[in-house]
Design a binder for this molecule. Structure first.
Ligand code: AMP
Length: 589
């Protein structure tokens, strides 16, 4: 469904208590999955939905199911099955929020590892919705502590994940405890045949919904994503605002409330910005857009709806502060830049759990989105210095300086101090509030670009590297390792010249390092026992198989040290390696 013809929440016949909460949480319009799922779910139909996290699917099932809840009945009426404890907690929390205006509503998250006694007490008190992982739900069913005989709705969330984790049989088993005439919805990001089999078996004449990824081309726009990590989004945004050459910027967030909050925070940090959302009067909205057009405002923080069709040529940057719900919204958002033949830049903030949406967007735009590293301290310093110089030049040109020139002459003769020293002191005073050189609190990111070289086909990359071999070492980002530590340890302990150490890629649990082929057994043996960041290297030739998908996906953010001789990332002597060599690792208490 395209944004243009999406209905409003008011059109969807949700119960008043739910409409009220939608307003409080600030959702402006239903996301595509919500627009399509809510009406059939309100009618009591079964539903098969292909959609991933981030599309708003939690509200897509919570809102209609809560609308249909019988508030007087204090027994489980809704059961949501999730593959993980994290998702169970998240869904339960969302449901409790959406049910804020339903009197005495209780939802209970149920998952393994949680205190059983506490769960039992809560169950006895009477809950109307259960959100849990299949294993623990089965435990309760076996013990007879959970009765599902009054259940009216079952939701199977992230069915493909259930399958991957081996829970599908458990899900089917749980369904045998549910009354015949219940409503079932199944959501899955992908539809492998095992999931479809479950759907065929348990869904009755379901409505099928697929949040399609329309393809489109957006050539004039360079697209990057920043993996949200280590730094708050607001701090990352501030850094980008400082380092980039920006004309106008449009920042997208999910809610009306967030437009105002973020615009205020940016103002507080000294960036001229304003919110644009559907709560504002048409006149105020037009005025804001006018100000953006004429340059009296540089940053607008908007929701998708409010920015619909916005055509402002000077928008050089679109920041997807919150990831959009579907690929169409993304394409619409970034299309607000690169207008009238100009170049545009789009940056997308992606939390780890939103990686799937990133992949869907890449497919839809038929373009890889490059990972970006946040501007470094050096980038920020050099930009601040340039701006400072520009400020000096422009003041020099436009202002009459006679009075000040005399003042400086007077100072010089009174104190016998050179012009250079006086100018430097004045410069210092001028930048005191916001130093040209960011202070020690500046957190440097490991450079995590996905440079051209890395996106080239493997074969091409290999040429020239024939003398090298990739080795795996068992220390990774999680242990706090940095490329400098690895180079230091390998060059010192293995007596390998640091120039001979090639590309280093950091993953969460391990790292890959390119070293000269045919290292002697002696050296390898020695390197195996070396400790770096409290982990032994355990070096071994890389098999190319990395089972942990999270590690695999981190590949896109690999650190490239470059060819031998390239000093990017590690300069011998510039940074002291913090590797430690020591005896056996102490037992953890
Ligand atoms: P989900 O796909 O269910 O994990 O939802 C992703 C995020 O989108 C959550 O943070 C929701 O609060 C938010 N969200 C869901 N529906 C809407 C909506 N209609 N408008 C704005 N944000 C929404």
């Amino acid at each position: 469904m395209s944004e243009e013809n999406s209905p409003s929440f008011k059109d969807l016949n949700l119960a008043p208590a739910l409409l009220k909460v939608i307003n409080t949480v600030g959702y402006e319009t239903p996301t595509p999955i919500q627009a399509q799922s809510i009406p059939p779910l309100l009618e009591g139909r079964d539903l098969l939905g292909q959609a991933q996290t981030g599309t708003g699917k939690t509200a897509a099932f919570c809102l209609p199911l809560l609308s249909r809840l019988n508030p007087k009945l204090k027994v489980p009426q809704i059961l949501v099955l999730t593959p993980t404890r994290e998702l169970a907690l998240q869904v339960a929390e969302a449901m409790q929020t959406y049910a804020r205006h339903l009197k005495d509503f209780q939802v209970l998250p149920v998952y393994g590892g949680q205190n059983m006694g506490q769960q039992l007490r809560q169950l006895q008190r009477g809950v109307q919705a259960i959100v849990g992982t299949p294993g623990r739900i089965q435990d309760h069913l076996r013990r007879g502590t959970l009765k599902l005989d009054k259940l009216s709705c079952v939701v199977i969330d992230e069915a493909d994940e259930m399958l991957k984790m081996g829970f599908i049989d458990d899900v089917e088993q749980i369904l045998t405890h549910v009354p015949e005439d219940h409503q079932t919805s199944l959501f899955s990001a992908t539809m492998p045949k095992e999931v479809l089999n479950v759907a065929r078996k348990h869904l009755k004449n379901p409505i099928e919904i697929r949040i399609k990824s329309k393809t489109s081309t957006v050539e004039k726009i360079t697209q990057h994503f920043w993996q949200v990590k280590g730094l708050h989004k607001l701090d990352a945004l501030t850094r980008i605002l400082e380092a980039e050459e920006i004309d106008g910027m449009l920042i997208f967030v999910r809610t009306k409330v967030a437009t105002v909050e973020l615009a205020e925070k940016l103002e507080a940090r000294g960036f001229s910005s304003a919110a644009l959302n559907g709560d504002m009067t048409q006149m105020l909205r037009e005025k804001t857009v006018e100000r953006l057009k004429d340059g009296s405002l540089d940053i607008v923080v908007a929701t998708d709806v409010a920015a619909r069709g916005l055509d402002v040529k000077r928008i050089s940057h679109v920041i997807n502060y919150d990831i959009p719900y579907d690929t169409e919204a993304y394409i619409h958002r970034i299309g607000r830049t690169g207008r009238a033949g100009r170049e545009g830049k789009a940056i997308l903030f992606v939390a780890p759990r939103e990686k799937r949406m990133l992949a869907a967007i890449e497919r839809a735009t038929r373009q890889p989105i490059k990972a970006m590293a946040l501007p470094s301290r050096k980038d920020i310093t050099s930009r601040r210095i340039n701006l400072f110089k520009e400020q000096i030049s422009s003041a020099m040109e436009s202002e009459d300086m006679e009075f000040f020139e005399e003042l400086i002459d007077e100072y010089q003769s009174e104190y016998d101090i050179g012009h250079r020293k006086i100018a430097a002191t004045l410069a210092f005073l001028l930048q005191k509030e916001r130093p040209l050189n960011p202070d020690e609190t500046f957190v440097e990111e490991v450079r995590v670009e996905r440079p051209e070289r890395d996106t080239a086909p493997r074969r091409e990359r290999k040429t020239g590297d024939e003398q090298m071999q990739t080795y795996r070492i068992e220390v990774g980002r999680k242990h706090g390792v940095e490329p400098g530590n690895i180079v230091g340890a390998i060059s010192n302990e293995g007596k390998i010249n640091s120039r001979e150490i090639g590309r280093i890629r950091l993953f969460d649990q391990f790292s890959l390092v390119d070293l000269p082929k045919n290292l002697s057994q002696d050296i390898l043996h020695k390197l195996k026992g070396v400790w770096v960041c409290d982990e032994q290297l355990q070096i071994s030739p890389d098999s190319g198989y990395h089972s942990d998908t999270r590690e695999n996906s981190n590949k896109r953010r690999s650190f490239i040290k470059g060819k031998p001789g390239d000093s990017r990332g590690y300069k011998p002597g510039a940074k002291k390696a913090t590797f430690k060599k020591r005896g056996p690792k102490p037992e953890k208490s």
